[in-house]
Write a protein that binds this ligand. Structure first.
Ligand SMILES: Cc1ncc(C[n+]2csc(CCOP(=O)(O)OP(=O)(O)O)c2C)c(N)n1
Ligand SMILES: [Mg+2]
Length: 266
């Protein structure tokens, strides 16, 4: 098991990778990548189990396709993609698409059309039960995806089938493409709604590594119902330059901004 300090170091490296990916073209979903770096570092470098051959036993279903940058940075850290290839993020003819396709190494589902991933995660979890597999399925969705009807069908299924191997991670950054989630269509109170569908819930500051690790440990202790962590995140976390932007759903900026952001993450 890695120490909190080691996880924080990995998260810092992931943040730098996210910024460098966006720097190539001067744009991208850097706010989400930075916000999710702590969660991704914990998941991929501690929480998700691997077999002897270092293949993942547990899985992450990334429903929020545009947050793929957070997973690319992990895959770069693990050596799945080279830095040169990751620098082609979002460019024509690159396979490092802003919203990736299922089958790309490291990605289980196509997520660009939002609101579908939790249904697929429910399917994976039911499949594991049928096969007698011990695998756990984590599914990352955004607060905006809680506005999608399909997400609630999946939440109802997860509760009905008592999918104890399923952990929903809600990237609750309180924003969406067009503004503040509370203004566009409020999704709160998230825990009360999920609990009414038969889920266990916990809200956590997902930019606090020890708190997040403790929250994930709590999810392991419940096996007869699915668990949802409401992950409060700060867009652009860790790079003051990006955190200070008014709108961080998608950032387009000149090279100086990216250089400053990189300097922020030391
Ligand atoms: C089904 C679907 N509807 C609409 C969109 C257009 N869209 C792209 S990003 C986005 C915002 C969704 O909110 P959230 O995922 O919370 O965004 P973030 O917090 O990352 O800014 C929308 C509506 C989409 N990709 N898929
Ligand atoms: Mg959001």
């Amino acid at each position: 098991m890695k120490s909190d300090a080691e996880i924080v170091d990995i998260a810092r490296s992931l943040r730098r990778r996210c910024i460098m990916m966006c720097r190539g073209r001067g744009q991208g979903y850097v706010g989400q990548g930075l916000a999710l770096a702590d969660l991704m570092a914990i998941l991929y470098f501690d929480e998700m189990r691997r077999d002897g051959g270092a293949e993942l036993i547990d899985r992450l279903v990334l429903s929020t396709g545009h947050s793929a940058i957070a997973l690319y940075s992990v895959l770069g850290e693990l050596g799945e993609y080279t830095d040169d290839e990751l620098a082609t993020y979002g460019m024509d003819r690159s396979r490092i698409e802003e919203s990736p396709l299922a089958g790309l190494p490291g990605f289980l589902v196509t997520g660009g059309s939002l609101g579908q991933g939790l249904s697929q995660a429910v399917g994976f979890a039911i499949g594991d039960r049928i096969r007698g597999s011990e695998a756990r399925t984590f599914c990352l969705i955004s607060d905006g995806e809680l506005q999608e009807g399909q997400t609630w069908e999946a939440i109802m299924s997860g509760g009905h089938f008592r999918l104890g191997s399923l952990v929903l991670l809600v990237d609750n950054n309180r924003m969406q493409a067009d503004g503040d989630t509370v203004e566009i269509m409020n999704v709160e109170p998230i825990e009360a709604k999920l609990e009414a569908f038969g889920w266990s819930t916990l809200r956590v500051d997902a930019n606090d590594v020890p708190a997040l690790r403790a929250a994930l440990a709590t999810t392991r202790a419940v096996s007869n119902r699915p668990y949802a962590l409401v992950c409060d995140t700060v867009p652009g976390k860790g790079a003051a330059t990006i955190e200070g932007f008014q709108r961080t759903h998608y950032v387009r900026a000149g090279d100086e901004v990216w250089a400053n952001a990189l300097a922020d993450v030391q």
